[in-house]
Design a binder for this molecule. Structure first.
Ligand SMILES: O=P(O)(O)OC[C@H]1O[C@](O)(CO)[C@@H](O)[C@@H]1O
Length: 435
């Protein structure tokens, strides 16, 4: 395998069903590519892997280099699409215990995330961790008004100013926000911070290939040129409207066929713990894009084999309203051989000479067979390996299929009006002026 693959042979979807949905896929493709669909003003992500701001891209690399040199801690402040993509990438491509490694074995500073919840415990505990360390921070908010990151930034800005003094703190604060609107833009200009722009036509959950994702990712030592190379190839490869030639559209088609047959929950599955945040990123992408007007597949996730010992029972045997999509990575970054033991007290000598990844693969194959037999449609997205190139391509695969899937469903995949409801109540309860 030397490319991303998509296998729906265990989905119970028949070829004539694919034929029936193809015209809807073509219509969705045309709506998207001719910028005529709902939310067309937020489709700047489509060409981003080629039409990104080259000057800003160089500044991102320079800033990342500076942060890597002068900071032992890097704090990312943001919520939803403003942090999930970078976190997904940083965790998927780096050492599982990145923050715990000594600096000379780590490719960048320790990275912490804040402003993605309103827990006083979490924030106070983070202050304990960063004490006496050299810090840089990147606050990311497209609207510049989201409460969680704004509140966290207020606290950490003041911490940085107390620690370094106002002038020196300025050199360690990086702001990624709208080019002109929002409180954060005004604040950044007034204070004279380094700023990066989230383009008007790119929504938060589609923003990983802008400074939103690229600066934090580069700080962790990941090669962002290769990431964009993968995204670029994805953009080219997934631009044909014929279903048989476009696996990204096949994924959109199959999940919609399954949804129409009562499979209302999609579980995205991984067999690698460092893909946890890729699942979280995917959940926001699909949840905010499709869950509206009383419709939408519920995007859930599971981490196998861990969750086979918790959710496994329900998946195998519970209500048949789910389907699974597994991200299967062919070659691991590292593997471990299992040795023979003389006494064989644990009875595991039947595995000697095999590797841990071999066992993981058999767990995957065994689970796929079991769950399919249990009536759970199983889709598999295969990757030769998890590196910058394939991660970039996979992200593009999901973004594009999400847009197409949303159009097939009859939803606007680029807005999120429902998110405002809790905010209104919270602001009212907090006594915010105007609520
Ligand atoms: O970047 P912002 O404007 O702070 O928004 C963060 C997140 O909040 C949401 O707007 C939902 O509240 C998401 O769509 C977005 O990714």
């Amino acid at each position: 395998m030397n490319n991303i693959t998509f296998d729906y042979s265990n989905s119970f979807v028949k070829e004539h069903e694919i034929d029936y949905i193809e015209p809807f896929i073509v219509t969705s493709h045309n709506l998207l590519h001719e910028y005529k669909g709902q939310g067309k003003e937020f489709t700047g992500w489509i060409d981003l892997p080629k039409d990104y701001d080259k000057e800003e891209f160089e500044r991102i690399k320079e800033s990342a280099e500076k942060i890597r040199k002068d900071s032992s801690i890097f704090i990312i402040i943001g919520i939803g699409g403003s942090y999930l993509g970078s976190r997904a990438c940083i965790e998927a491509l780096n050492h599982n215990f990145y923050n715990h490694l000594p600096r000379d074995k780590r490719t960048g500073p320790q990275i912490y995330y804040v402003g993605n919840n309103i827990s006083s415990n979490y924030i106070a505990d983070l202050f304990d961790v960063i004490e006496d360390k050299d810090i840089s921070l990147n606050v990311i908010s497209k609207s510049g008004t989201t409460t969680e990151p704004a509140l966290a930034f207020r606290l950490f800005k003041s911490y940085m100013e107390d620690k370094y003094g106002k002038e020196k703190a300025k050199e360690r604060i990086y702001v990624t926000t709208d080019s002109s609107k929002g409180a954060l833009r005004k604040l950044a200009e007034k204070e004279g911070y380094n700023t990066f722009v989230i383009p008007d036509d790119v929504g938060g959950r589609y923003s990983i290939f802008t400074a939103v994702g690229l600066l934090p990712i580069a700080v962790s030592g990941i090669n962002i040129d290769k990431l964009l190379e993968g995204a670029f190839d994805g953009m080219e490869e997934y631009s044909v409207s014929t279903l048989k030639d476009n696996i990204c559209y096949q994924y959109a088609a199959v999940r919609n066929i399954l949804y129409s047959k009562g499979k209302e929950i999609e579980i995205l599955v991984n067999y690698e713990p460092n893909l946890y945040y890729l699942m979280e990123w995917w959940k926001q992408l699909y949840g905010e894009s499709e869950g509206k007007d009383g419709k939408g597949i519920y995007p859930a996730s599971a981490n196998f084999t861990t969750d086979l010992h918790s959710l496994g029972q329900l998946i195998q045997d519970g209500k048949r309203n789910i389907f699974e999509t597994t991200i299967h990575v062919e070659s691991p970054r590292r593997d471990i051989q299992i040795k023979e033991e003389k006494d064989n007290l644990d009875g595991l000598n039947f595995l000697s000479g095999k590797s841990i990844n071999f066992v993981n693969k058999k767990a995957f194959e065994g689970t796929l067979m079991a769950h399919t037999k249990g009536g759970v449609p199983n889709l598999v997205i295969g990757l030769p390996k998890m590196n910058e190139y394939f991660f970039g391509k996979l992200i593009y695969f999901f973004e594009k299929s999400c847009a197409i899937s949303g159009y097939i469903l009859g939803a606007n995949p680029f807005n999120q009006p429902g998110v405002e409801e809790y905010k209104k109540n919270m602001f009212k309860l907090l006594g915010k002026p105007g609520y």
